[in-house]
Design a protein. Structure first.
Length: 302
């Protein structure tokens, strides 16, 4: 097991076995992404603004699909205020309550836009705060957004019904076997020329230090054989599919997407990092590739 502590492996095996029970007994337990945190949402909007501008995405009258909104409907909400006619969020579990599209629940979205923390988003999407207030008022009691659960592979929307797909720290959690089928189905629901923008977190999720840091051996996940890694993490929020930046580019190309925007954020590897301890699949990657911890991609349906 490449030097891993038998005790640590045993603890993770037990945690993975118990995870489904814990979720059933405590469905609201734990943190799901941004969890409605306004500064975190504003930061994500700023992150998305760069590829939106590069790909010249216009929100006027479009249908936006968000993958994995967790318990945060605000990103779909700001898309509507930017001019989208409809927004849909899908997740493997429907964490968002049925009233999350009510106007009083989404009213704080206007505070995020007027705070000054999302100015790049407003500029890139052409969002004017006064027009946004008028648009919010025009929605009445419920905004035109919906949230659905899905099986992680088959998107519950018609062919060519979506103009823009977005996600933040979601794709890394898609099981290996579902990555290509899910991307192929997103290809199906996107209209010709449709765009996807994804922020993918490549760090081992047990070694994250906030959003912008790493702790210890943050590539530890790459040291486990596939079956052992799945046995320790497949039922947990810390599961990642372990695809590296180049592998994401390859699978997107294989499913018919053209990459038009790419942003890589690197993190330093430990001084004693030894690539020979990685699984063979990643052992031959150069250090620059291994250091990539965040990958932001803007791709278009070919």
């Amino acid at each position: 097991m490449l030097g891993h502590s038998p005790k640590a492996v045993g603890v993770n095996l037990v945690k993975n076995a118990l995870a489904p029970v814990v979720v059933r007994l405590h469905p609201g337990r734990g943190v799901l992404g941004m969890d409605g945190d306004h500064p975190a949402i504003a930061n994500t909007l700023e992150w998305l603004a760069r590829p939106i501008e590069k790909l010249a995405v216009s929100f006027a009258g479009i249908h936006v699909l968000e993958l994995g909104p967790g318990r945060t409907p605000e990103v779909c909400g700001v898309a509507l205020l930017a001019g989208a006619r409809a927004a849909t969020g899908i997740d493997v579990v429907r964490y968002i309550d049925p009233d999350s599209n009510r106007s009083e629940r989404l009213a704080p979205v206007l505070d995020i836009l007027s705070s000054g923390r999302a100015d790049e988003w407003c500029r890139a999407t052409g969002t004017d705060i006064e027009r946004a207030r008028e648009r919010a008022a025009s929605f009445g009691g419920r905004w035109p957004l919906r949230f659905h659960a899905f099986d992680g592979q088959n998107v519950p929307l018609p062919d060519a019904s979506v103009d823009l797909v977005i996600s933040k720290s979601v794709l890394e959690h898609v099981p290996d076997r579902q990555v290509e089928p899910q991307l192929a189905d997103l290809q199906r629901v996107l209209r010709p020329g449709g765009v996807m923008i994804h922020i993918i977190d490549l760090r081992d999720h047990l070694h994250q230090a906030g959003e912008n840091g790493v702790a210890g051996d943050w590539l530890e996940a790459l040291r486990y054989p596939p079956k052992l890694f799945d046995a320790m993490f497949s039922n947990r929020s810390t599961y990642i599919n372990r695809l590296r930046a180049g592998e994401w580019l390859d699978v997107l190309a294989a499913t018919g997407f053209e990459t038009e925007y790419e942003e890589r954020k690197a993190f330093p590897l430990p001084e004693d990092f030894d690539a020979s301890r990685l699984q063979e699949r990643w052992r031959g990657l150069d250090r620059d590739e291994l250091e990539i911890g965040y990958l932001t991609l803007g791709v278009r349906k070919a």
